[in-house]
Ligand binder design. Structure first.
Ligand SMILES: C[S@@+](CC[C@H](N)C(=O)[O-])C[C@H]1O[C@@H](n2cnc3c(N)ncnc32)[C@H](O)[C@@H]1O
Length: 392
C-alpha cells in the first residue's frame, strides 16, 4: 500500500491518511511516499511500519547506529538534526503558542548516565514498548567512557547474569558502575582503572558511593542512587535561563520543589533571601545537605518528604520552581500552588505533554510569560521545557 506522509505526530512518527483513518508510520518523514505494512488496527487509527520508500525525503539520513532498527533508545537518528529541532519547536508552538528560544547542546555522546538491562548475559536497551532486549555494545548518545565500560563486559560473558547495570560518569571522567544481579566476573572488573567506583548489589567493591560534579563554579555531591541531570550542558543552559530571569528580581522566599541534590535551589539561593528545597529521595536529600556546605550556602533549608505531604504549610512565597518527574504534578500540588499564589512559578518539564496538561489546570491563576526549550535529550523525541509563569 502506497501512502504519502502528511505530517509528524507528537512523538515524531509520520502520519498517513488511509481512507478515513489515520496511520502512525514509524520513522516516516513528512513529504515521503511510502509502502507500509499495518502492524495493528484500532477503531480510529492504525500503527504501521515502512516496507519500502518510494519517494524519499531530502531530510532522511543514514542512521549512524547499527542497532537503530530495533532499539528503543532513541528516535531521530534517521532525520537531519535541523529537522529534529524544527519538530521540537513546532510541537512547543502547537502546544503553547510560543517558543522563545531553543538552547542546543551536543548531538551525540552527551549522556552521563545509562541504565541497561541484562538478560542471560546480554546487555542492552528494551525495544520500544516491549521488554524484549536489544543487545548493544555501544550507544552514540552516551559519553565515551560509558561506552568503554559497556565494551569491557564483552570480555566477561556470563549466561547466568540477569539484572541491571547503571553507569554514570562525571566531567572529570570518574565512573560509578552499579551492578544489580549475580555476575560471576565481578572481581575482574575491580582491576580496571577506568572503573573508579564499583557497587555490587548495594555493596561497595571499589572506591566510593558518590562522586563530585562541577557545574560552572558549583560543586555537587552525587550519590549513585540520587537523581542528576543526564546532560551537563543542558543543566548549564537551564542555569542561564534562570539567571536571565532572576537577575533583576527581588525575591524574598522561594521554593525548589522536586529538588534532587538541590542543584537549582543552590543557584536560586544567590538571588533569594531564603530557599526551601523539597525532595522525596533520602539519598539525594543527604547529598543536598553536603552540597550546601560545598557551595557555602546558608539560606537554604532542605526537607526530605513528598511535595504533596508538605505543600499545604507554605505561605508568603515569591517564587516557586517545580521540576517533577515525567508524569508531572498531582492535583493536590496544583491546588496548593494556586493557594500559595506566588508572583512567579517556573515549571521545568521533561515531558511537554504533562506540562501542557498541568498548565491548563493552572491557567485560571497563571499566564505563560515565556517558554524556553533546552535540548537535554538530542536525537530522541524528548526535550526539556522551562516555562516561566506570572500570576494573573
Ligand atoms: C526531574 S528530577 C529534578 C531534580 C532537580 N531539580 C535537578 O534538577 O537535579 C525530579 C526529582 O523529584 C523527586 N521526586 C519524585 N516524586 C517526588 C515527590 N512526590 N515529592 C518530592 N520529590 C519527588 C525525584 O526523586 C527527583 O529527584
Amino acid at each position: 500500500m502506497e501512502f504519502k506522509i502528511i505530517d509528524f505526530d507528537d512523538l515524531g512518527n509520520g502520519i498517513a491518511r488511509i481512507n478515513e483513518k489515520v496511520s502512525f508510520v514509524k520513522r516516516g518523514i513528512k513529504g515521503e511516499v511510502v509502502d507500509i505494512e499495518i502492524l495493528n488496527e484500532k477503531k480510529n487509527y492504525s500503527n504501521s511500519i515502512i516496507k519500502n520508500i518510494i519517494v524519499k525525503s531530502p531530510d532522511r539520513i543514514n542512521p549512524i547506529c547499527p542497532f537503530y532498527d530495533n532499539c528503543g533508545g532513541c528516535q531521530f537518528l534517521h532525520l537531519k538534526e535541523e529537522c529534529e529541532k524544527e519538530f521540537k519547536i513546532n510541537k512547543a508552538r502547537k502546544f503553547f503558542s510560543k517558543c522563545d528560544n531553543f538552547y542546543e547542546t551536543t548531538n551525540l555522546n552527551y549522556r552521563n548516565k545509562v541504565k541497561l538491562h541484562v538478560k542471560n548475559g546480554n546487555i542492552g536497551y528494551y525495544k520500544e514498548k516491549t521488554n524484549d532486549l536489544v543487545s548493544i555494545s555501544n550507544c552514540y548518545l552516551l559519553n565515551n567512557n560509558i561506552n568503554r565500560v559497556i565494551k569491557l563486559f564483552s570480555n566477561y560473558f556470563d549466561p547466568n547474569f540477569n539484572g541491571l547495570i547503571t553507569i554514570r560518569e562525571n566531567s572529570q571522567g570518574e565512573i560509578i558502575l552499579v551492578i544489580d544481579g549475580c555476575f560471576k566476573y565481578i572481581n575482574n572488573l575491580k582491576n580496571y582503572d577506568l572503573i573508579t567506583n564499583l557497587i555490587y548489589n548495594n555493596q561497595v567493591i571499589k572506591g566510593k558511593t558518590y562522586f563530585i560534579e562541577n557545574i560552572f563554579d558549583y560543586k555537587f555531591k552525587v550519590s549513585f542512587n540520587s537523581f542528576f541531570q543526564v546532560n551537563r550542558l543542558g543543566l548549564e543552559r537551564i542555569y542561564l535561563v534562570l539567571t536571565n530571569f532572576l537577575k533583576d528580581k527581588n525575591i524574598s522566599t522561594s521554593l525548589d520543589l522536586y529538588s534532587g541534590t538541590s542543584v537549582l535551589g543552590i543557584h536560586l539561593a544567590k538571588y533569594s533571601k531564603k530557599v526551601i528545597s523539597v525532595e522525596i529521595n533520602s539519598s539525594a536529600t543527604k547529598d543536598a545537605l553536603v552540597n550546601l556546605n560545598l557551595n557555602n550556602i546558608t539560606n537554604l533549608e532542605v526537607i526530605n518528604d513528598k511535595v504533596e505531604n508538605v505543600i499545604d504549610r507554605f505561605n508568603l512565597i515569591d517564587l516557586v520552581i517545580v521540576d517533577p518527574v515525567r508524569s508531572g504534578l498531582d492535583k493536590k500540588t496544583i491546588e496548593n500552588l494556586k493557594r500559595i499564589n506566588s508572583k512567579y512559578l517556573i515549571y521545568i518539564a521533561c515531558s511537554m505533554d504533562s506540562l501542557k496538561r498541568d498548565l491548563s489546570y493552572l491557567s485560571d491563576t497563571y499566564n505563560l510569560d515565556n517558554l524556553y526549550l533546552v535540548d537535554m535529550f538530542p536525537r530522541t523525541n524528548n526535550v526539556e521545557s522551562v516555562a516561566i509563569l506570572r500570576l494573573k
